[in-house]
Write a protein that binds this ligand. Sequence first.
Ligand code: 13P
Length: 341
Amino acid sequence: MGDASLNAVARALIAPGKGILAADESSGTIERRFKSIKVESTEDRRRAYREMLFTTRGAAEFISGVILYDETLRQSASDGRTLVQVLTDQDVIPGIKVDKGTTRLAKSPDELVTEGLDGLRQRLVEYRTLGAKFAKWRAVITIGDGIPTQYCLDVNAQALARYAALCQEEGIVPIVEPEVLMDGPHSLERCYEVTRDTLHTVFDQLYQQRVEFTDLLLKPNMVLSGSEAAEQAPVEAVAEATIACFRETVPAAVPGIVFLSGGQSDEIATAHLDAMNRRGPHPWELSFSYGRALQAPALKAWGGDDANMAAGQAAYLHRAKMNGAARHGRYDAATETKAAV
Ligand code: 13P
């Protein structure tokens, strides 16, 4: 039996018409994002950028929760409220990235394993006192010649399950994120096989480590052609393959699947989610937990200059709204061009 309060948080995160903003870029990742707009990554600029996103009027209609990075969980907005308070004042649920990133997997040099289990229980206790209601741990699986190995799937799934069990014990909803990267020239069929094997391994480990399926959310990749494949599978094929893959592997007790965007363009990520929801109902809610696909146009419009705050917020609100529509399978691509004019 699951825990009613954890299940309630998981359900609130996948409320109808809403999804999650992933704004938990690590110091290295946000530096790369800022570099793309020629802005130096200082603590003040990171705070200003995230404050811009979190104070966007109307966004809370489409955004149920935000995943934060450790630094952001401790920062305050210009009006003195903590950024956590800024979110909770709008009934947006704060979450926290708790993994410590990837490192080279021993004895398999082309594969990665995620670190961060040591001391995790104590960190979760602190994060809970700072207001986090849910957490995220990302494992990375690479497709290539002879990889992923089952060894890599096993060690990453074991770590994901240990993290998820600790979260549930400490009263925090775990978002379990095994990301099969889209990088490479592989086919959609190959992505299907790897995603299926990854999810089989992950759910086997979650079960073995006594994790309640009712009290977690899954954050997977979609089943796509590799980003360097000669041909990209069309939206309908992606929707069909992704749903088929999850029907084979994800127990119906899991309340929701919140997709990562993983480098898909913002409009394609929305179109994929929309196409999947049009094919519903499904055993689980299908929602979003996008980073780049929600932020890219806002980051560009802001450009590091607070004078562009309104433009950045308008760009973010627009993407949030489009993805909110995709939650219902009611996204209309024509509304993109109208907004751009
Ligand atoms: P993307 O949507 O940019 O992949 O980011 C989501 C995320 O949280 C990756 O860990």
